[in-house]
Design a protein around this ligand. Structure first.
Ligand code: NAD
Length: 263
């Protein structure tokens, strides 16, 4: 299937590791010009090198703390100076702190608000004017199953990801006539390095095998396994493609059937 992503300019945020690094690689394999951001230049360089070795295409790395408005503006200035446009914006961020309502101080709420909601709002605000002038654009937010079905100890993620989903739906309607689509991907449990570390830690803490930890984690997933980062990346690339031109305002569940709701 021809996805029409060759030479598209694609920004993937928080992409030195995990799901977003796999997304950057998938776009690079499609021939896109990919810009990745993260807080650490060292991690960005190693991610760029790894992807470049696989795809043979240059990856552009820019440092950006998503909680900083100034950093977000500099990333945008960099890519407009270098490429003159942005075609595809992938808003990803690190997961907000876990915790129950009683345990979280105001500072955690303020941090998560900037990290999850405001980072996406700020990038979208910068991206839209030139996507409108090109009459083409794709915006995809990486959210979570927590936006669809609250997870007990993830109240920050539940709250701000639901907010981002509502924001995106609103914006999607306002730009739909201009060739711009705005969608979300809600990944279910995905076996990134961070999750592998978590499994190791739980196995040590509870003195059970890593296999047992993993099988407890997947017991409510109909597919009985976690996603690979590249499976999530494939859904993102499809939504960004020319072939997904009539899909906007949705949240695509990439969760192995975990969410039980009909929509
Ligand atoms: P990860 O921890 O492996 O990668 C997150 C990336 O975000 C890293 O590169 C990290 O350096 C970067 N980052 C964190 N805070 C940042 C900040 N303030 N500024 C810039 N960069 C920052 O995460 P992942 O497992 O790939 O997950 C990606 C997203 O998907 C997260 O928001 C996560 O909550 C969500 N998600 C993950 C899963 C899963 O099982 N892995 C499931 C559902 C949702």
């Amino acid at each position: 299937m021809e996805l029409g992503l060759n030479n598209k300019v694609v920004l993937v945020t928080a992409a030195s590791k995990g799901i977003s690094k796999a997304i950057a690689q998938e776009f690079s394999s499609e021939g896109s010009e990919v810009i990745i951001t993260s807080r650490s230049m060292e991690n960005l360089h190693s991610a760029s090198k790894e992807i470049e070795q696989i795809t043979g295409k240059k990856i552009h790395a820019v440092r950006c703390d998503l909680n900083s408005k100034e950093d977000i503006q500099s990333v945008f200035m960099f890519l407009i100076e270098k490429f003159g446009k942005l075609d595809v914006l992938i808003n990803n961020c690190g997961g907000p702190s876990a915790g129950f309502f009683d345990e979280l101080p105001d500072e955690s709420w303020e941090f998560a608000y900037k990290q999850v909601l405001m980072s996406a709002v700020r990038f979208i605000k910068l991206a839209l004017p030139q996507m409108k002038s090109n009459n083409w654009g794709r915006i995809i937010n990486i959210t979570s199953i927590s936006a669809l079905q609250p997870v007990d100890n993830l109240i920050l993620s539940n709250t701000f990801r639901a907010g981002l989903t509502a924001f995106s739906k609103t914006i999607s309607e306002q730009v739909a006539k201009m060739g711009i689509t705005v969608n979300n991907i809600a990944p279910g449990y995905t076996l990134t390095d961070r999750v592998t570390e978590l499994i190791k830690k739980r196995s040590e803490q509870n003195m059970i095998s890593e296999e047992e930890v993993l099988s407890n984690m997947v017991k409510n997933i109909p597919m009985a396994r976690m996603a690979t980062p590249s499976e999530i990346a494939a859904s993102v690339v499809f939504l960004a493609s020319e072939r997904a031109s009539y899909i906007t305002g949705i949240t695509l569940h990439a969760d192995g059937g975990y969410i039980k709701g009909l929509f």
